[in-house]
Design a protein around this ligand. Structure first.
Ligand code: GTP
Ligand code: MG
Length: 357
């Protein structure tokens, strides 16, 4: 289950700077609008300190974290749907993303041009929201004749057409499909951008990060969506440092968790995902599942045969395992349970599946 997050925002908002920090990559982040033209794709391991602990207990050869992939695309400007700037065709690169991360510039820097002349987060958010809505309206308009044709022979398409009409009304009223709470299922085949959950990243100067009144104001502009505050420039410097050095710098700035870790965590939460763990001499590994997944569904993420032939799952909670210090001790304390096919997985379950092939 590869979780993909598409990064959108105005030119010079710091999207590529954030992308580089996230992926420890080195794509062009530059002080001019439209530095990015072709999309950049990078896969990031989700930081999970539990894996190192498991690997110590099981003497694992390697650690395999859950992954998120990020797609960094060109900046969008007002009028993109009418061809302004780079236009909006490049949005197709994030059509299949699971979530959208909108990066908004808060940092002040006279050397970095703002395409609208001034840094104004609410106005920038509105500009991007409008352009995504217009892009979706274009998608719907193009899809409708095809759907109507298909509906002549396939009556199932009538539900899609009704959903398209409803979505068109919502979008014309200036709201996104997800924000308006529309049923996304009949619209799935259209990959609408506003049907995806949104996460907002505010790219701040370090001193702004401690201005709680400012952060509260910004948070309110996007609620109930999640807001994350970070300094992309600092984050990109942090990943270049030795871990000790990075920790020192974070402490100096009074930051408890790197912004990138927060983004991975919030991304998982927003999408209703969680991880379970497997551990052994070969590897300690995190696997991504939707919250509420049952044991056989979780097994299916490793291999479909594990789901088909599922018998039982041997499960110990991460904390119980750590307290016991080894699987044997946890077993002798009665902390290792055998769960059946109806068991709903909990975050941090350490699992071994038993199955027939
Ligand atoms: N002062 C400051 N500058 C930043 C920050 N983040 C990015 N920048 C600078 O802003 C400029 C633009 O950053 P990019 O990451 O290329 O912006 P982008 O959103 O990818 O821009 P396009 O690719 O043109 O759409 C670069 O010169 C960055 O160094 C920040 O947090 N603070
Ligand atoms: Mg860029």
């Amino acid at each position: 289950m590869a979780l993909t997050i598409g990064i959108v925002g105005l030119p010079n908002a710091g999207k590529s700077t954030l992308f580089n920090a996230l992926t420890r990559n080195d794509v062009l982040a530059a002080n001019y609008p439209f530095a990015t033209i072709e999309p950049n794709v990078g896969v990031v391991g989700v930081p999970d300190p539990r894996l190192a602990t498991l690997s110590a207990i099981f003497h694992s050869e390697r650690i395999v974290p859950a992954t998120v992939s990020f797609v960094d695309i060109a900046g969008i400007v007002r009028g993109a749907s009418q061809g302004e700037g780079m236009g909006n065709a490049f949005l197709s690169h994030i059509r299949e993303a699971d979530a959208i991360c909108q990066v908004t510039r808060v940092f002040r820097d006279a050397d970095v041009t703002h395409v609208d002349g001034a840094v104004n987060p609410p106005s920038d958010i509105e500009t991007i929201a409008t352009e995504l809505i217009l892009a979706d309206l274009q998608t719907l308009e193009r899809a409708l004749p095809r759907l109507e044709k298909e509906a002549r022979t396939n009556k199932d398409k009538l539900a899609t057409i009704a959903a398209v009409q409803e979505a068109t009304e919502v979008l014309n009223a200036g709201r996104g499909v997800h924000a308006a709470g529309l049923d996304r299922e009949p619209l799935r085949e259209l990959f609408l951008l506003t049907a995806k959950p949104f996460i907002f990243v505010f790219n701040c100067d370090t001193d702004e990060l401690s201005d709680t009144a400012l952060l509260d104001r910004l948070r309110a502009t996007v609620a109930p969506a999640e807001a994350i505050f970070l300094d992309a420039k600092i984050e990109s410097e942090l990943v270049e440092m030795e871990p000790d050095e990075a920790r020192e710098l974070l402490a100096e700035m009074d930051i408890t968790e790197p912004g990138l870790d927060v983004l991975a965590r919030v991304g998982f939460d927003t999408l209703g995902l969680q991880t379970y763990l497997t551990a052994g001499p070969k590897e300690s590994r995190a696997w991504t599942i939707p919250k509420g997944a049952t044991a056989p569904e979780a097994a299916g993420v490793i291999h479909t045969d594990f789901q088909k032939g599922f018998i039982k799952a041997e499960i110990v909670g991460f904390d119980d395992l750590v307290e016991a210090g080894s699987l044997q001790v946890a077993k002798s304390r009665g902390k290792v349970r055998l769960e059946g096919k109806d068991y709903v997985m909990a975050d941090g379950d350490v699992v071994e599946f038993r199955f027939n092939v």
